[in-house]
Design a protein around this ligand. Structure first.
Ligand SMILES: Nc1nc2c(CCNCC3CCCC3)c3[nH]c(NCCc4ccccc4)nc3cc2c(=O)[nH]1
Length: 372
């Protein structure tokens, strides 16, 4: 009996409020999933990540297969034990990271061979090996191996990568062998071409997956192109399965994705931006590196539910950022992750109350009015 199940709790237009039940706990959707690339959400204790409201976090096949190695993590009890995060983990298949990080990549029908960006050692990633690695990590939601191309691209190129990804989807499903205790997601490709996207979605559904990721976006295209592709594709996907928009994004991308029927999001942005001195608040993003803050005794946001937004002056946060103090990265990572969770929690409540469009309008108005 499948131990990972999606329930649709409410919908409001295309927006959905759902829940994914897994052996390691539930995931409330729309969900923002913090990224813990190498087995840690940078600058955060696992319990702090949970306290921000996260139900699930991401691990990374590419990084963990290179160091410390998938078999080694398995020997140490799997990724949950290794990092002491006992709630759900989603892992990516590694293909995207190979194409963006590795050296001397060679892509064939079989898979992709590459040299590690860490020590130059040779590696191969195939649909079968990626499933094996994600299973060794004991991940709760795993991804097919796919090929993601940057936009803009020629239609022939988008078609080639989409059709390869579909063949790899089939091989991934076979290698997955219907494991009951974890979920396998297919990944929709097809660039910005509606016909290719529809073919990809139909092809994945005929194979059958526990969830459907929307890949090939947030790869350089303008936001309106991403939104058009989303509006075209979510109606083509099964309403009773989660939709996961990969690598997205900034708060306004996430809000727009929710309005277009997306259930799950991941992005390195909130943690990376935090380490670079950018703080996300209800009024938009504030660059604390800017010298204008050096005498500002006001807290970041005195009405925030997050104590870290009330506790220190902007001048102090500016000081931490300017001096590159470790506490700066810690505090701003927590502030940004907490804000992303406030945003998705607010969306979940608004969908349940049938008022997602009001919520979206209020949220955008606060961003626009931002007295930062
Ligand atoms: N398999 C697969 N993964 C994709 C990813 C990686 C998602 N995060 C994985 C985590 C696992 C661990 C690491 C990440 C994507 N990320 C983005 N954009 C990120 C854009 C961005 C870049 C830097 C900062 C902010 C945004 N588009 C993506 C498309 C795909 C795709 O088609 N297929």
């Amino acid at each position: 009996m499948k131990q990972v199940n999606f329930s649709l709790i409410a919908s409001d237009g295309m927006a959905r409020r759902g829940r994914i039940d897994t052996p390691r706990g539930e995931i409330n959707t729309p969900a923002f999933m913090p990224v813990g690339t190498a087995g840690t959400v940078k600058a955060m204790y696992p319990e702090q990540v949970r306290e921000t409201g996260a139900d699930i976090l991401l691990g990374n096949t590419y990084h963990l297969m290179l160091r410390p190695g998938a078999e080694r993590v398995a020997g140490l009890g799997g990724l949950h034990t290794f990092m002491d995060w006992q709630r759900p983990i989603l892992t990516d298949s590694g293909g995207f990271q190979v194409m963006s990080l590795a050296k001397l990549r060679k892509l064939t029908e079989k898979g992709v061979t590459f040299k590690s960006h860490i020590d130059g050692s040779s590696h191969e990633l195939t649909p079968e090996r990626s499933i094996e690695i994600q299973t060794l990590l004991d991940s709760d939601i795993i991804m097919q191996l796919d090929e993601c191309i940057a936009l803009p691209a020629e239609r022939k190129e988008m078609e080639r990568a989409m059709e390869l990804s579909l063949r790899w989807a089939d091989r991934s499903k076979t290698a997955f062998n219907n494991q009951a205790n974890r979920a396998l997601f297919g990944i929709v490709q097809g660039g910005d071409d509606p016909e290719l996207r529809a073919r990809s979605a139909a092809g994945l559904q005929s194979i059958g997956f526990d969830g459907y990721s929307i890949g090939g976006l947030a790869v350089g295209e303008p936001q309106e192109v991403m939104f058009r592709v989303l509006s075209d594709i979510t109606p083509e996907l099964p309403w009773d399965r989660p939709r996961y928009l990969m690598g997205v994004g900034k708060p306004d991308d996430i809000l727009g994705g929710i309005e277009r029927g997306v259930d799950m999001f991941d992005c390195v942005h909130p943690t990376r931006a935090g380490r670079h001195g950018h703080a996300y608040t209800r009024f938009g993003v504030i660059n604390l590196k800017n010298a204008r803050h050096k005498d500002d005794h006001r807290p970041l946001d005195e009405a925030s539910p997050n104590p870290n937004c009330r506790r220190w002056s902007r001048a102090y946060l500016h000081h931490l950022v300017r001096t590159e103090e470790i506490l700066g990265a810690m505090v701003l990572s927590q502030i940004n992750l907490a804000y992303y969770q406030e945003l998705t929690a607010g969306a979940r409540a608004a969908i349940e109350a049938g008022r997602i469009s009001d919520f979206a309008a209020e949220t955008r108005a606060a961003w626009a009015a931002g007295d930062l």
